[in-house]
Design a protein around this ligand. Sequence first.
Ligand SMILES: Nc1ncnc2c1ncn2[C@@H]1O[C@H](COP(=O)(O)OP(=O)(O)OP(=O)(O)O)[C@@H](O)[C@H]1O
Length: 603
Amino acid sequence: MPGIAVLDLGGQYCHLIARRVRDLGVFSDILPSDTEVETLRHFDGVILSGGPGSVSEPDAPRVPQTVLTDLGKPVLGICYGQQLITDLLGGTVIREHVREYGLASLSIIEPDLLFQDVPSDSMAWMSHGDTVTSLPRGFRRLAKTETCDFAAVADVDKRIYGIQFHPEVTHTQHGMAILSNFVFHICHAQPTWNPASLKDKLIEQIRATAAGRKVYFLVSGGVDSNVAYALCAQALPPDQLEGLYVDTGFMRKNESEQLRLAFERIGLPNIRIIDDSQRFLDAMQDAIDPEEKRQRIGPLFIEIQQELVSAMENENHNWVLGQGTIYPDTIESGGTAGAEVIKTHHNRVPMIAELAAQNRLLEPLQEFYKDEVRALGQALGLPPDLVNRHPFPGPGLAIRTLCSDRHAKAMPHGGIDGICREFGLHGCVLPLKSVGVQGDNRSYKNVAMISGVAVLETLSQVSTRITNGYKDVNRVVYCLDAAIDFKALRVHDALLTSERLDVLREADAIAHQLLHAHGLEHQLWQFPVVLIPVSHGAGRRSESKGETVILRPVYSVDGMTAEFAKLPLPLLREMARAICQLPTIDLVCFDVSNKPPATIEWE
Ligand SMILES: Nc1ncnc2c1ncn2[C@@H]1O[C@H](COP(=O)(O)OP(=O)(O)OP(=O)(O)O)[C@@H](O)[C@H]1O
């Protein structure tokens, strides 16, 4: 199955490039930058990804020169990829003092197959520090922007192309058309990639890997492991497969039981629920910082995995461990900020690598992206509640229950309040931090709270103005209770306790039931409900340690960027009224931040 090789030069968008190519129906594989020409010959063409490096740095990633001189296949360099092509073939790249970041208007200077059916003027997304200033011999300029002379270049005879903008991000108006032109008109690839049609091949592979041994499959209740487990169930007889589900205590309301029932309904009763909730809760006793929480949950999960493996070994020597690993888990692009930290409890720890070396690891979906896994799940006839579930983080509600060791009042902020007043609103800053993304990095910044009467469009404008204007704020929440008094807002100390988790579980269940009743859940990518230790003592319980619930519904296509979901305000207020009936809940807010600058989750 030929297709397109994407060479990873460390860009955070590497997966996005591979995904876009697959969306065109063409297989694509991400390979290390030093992959040799012999391996690349099996592909129809090569894309060199972007990346944070600079060609002038000695240890920035490079590709072998022979990819450009000997391979004879079309090559497209994107951003850093273009600069690398220029450098390797004798052109000049200079370091700019100011990084160009954002939309630019792209003008085509010379028509070419790459720009077939693309208007001569359109918008393209730029994000670069270095710039090409002179071209290698044989290259011509195909397009420019106001600030970039060499926005697209090519040696058309050798089919080597370079573009400074990012066609893979949705902000580039005709990005998909440009990628499609490269893939079909320049590489002549065939649209033969269809993950759902690979079902029979996958079933054969599962049988071959299991080779008569018992498969213990780790099922988390998430889409990936649900589909992988169901696939194993079609491949193997019931006595050769058992699902293992670890209840961490950080699951949503009735989640474990619902999962068991959902599998039972489709004839898969072999799920063993392992209740380790107390162990997880004990481990989190005094954890406040989000990284600290993840660093405690990850190793404990691995410890439990290890215990399960030892138990299997004692029970029966003939076993294989299954996991719902998918493609982005197996390849962490070099540029993904914080990847190491985020994924500590993930599928690539040394014990798992050891099992793989012993041929005791089964990961049937390791070639697929999540939307492809969903397509496969549908082809298997799995019910929507197993296949279309919203993504849910491994550490679960533990990272949706914010902790604090502070006592502080909400901070007045003239600048933010000034922006709000232009729209008839008010604003302040909560002395509480949440995670965001800025450029290639994770940020950990304050949250702004706004209140007043507004329509969604206004909230969107105000939120963008605040986060663009004040770099110490990466998230904005809108108070759903009109009677808020900022002076009565207090951040107080709070740890991760079973009582707080229970309240959050109830709030989450209320919000999701109402969402379901209005038939809106499939419009959303995800709908985290978050508990923050912020009380609004006014009137109700002045001495209380009341809390605030945040509703965080988002739209997204791939989780890499996201927009706050424009759910009807009357529905959000209905959710807020119901949630405010819970003991200890003072206030409910609606998160009106996009990603970037905020992340989907708060921690
Ligand atoms: N609580 C759990 N119980 C059993 N297995 C788990 C659990 N959490 C994770 N796993 C296993 O580890 C894999 C990776 O976990 P992770 O939390 O990263 O989920 P994911 O990549 O979103 O996949 P999924 O959609 O299956 O949850 C899962 O596919 C599953 O095989």
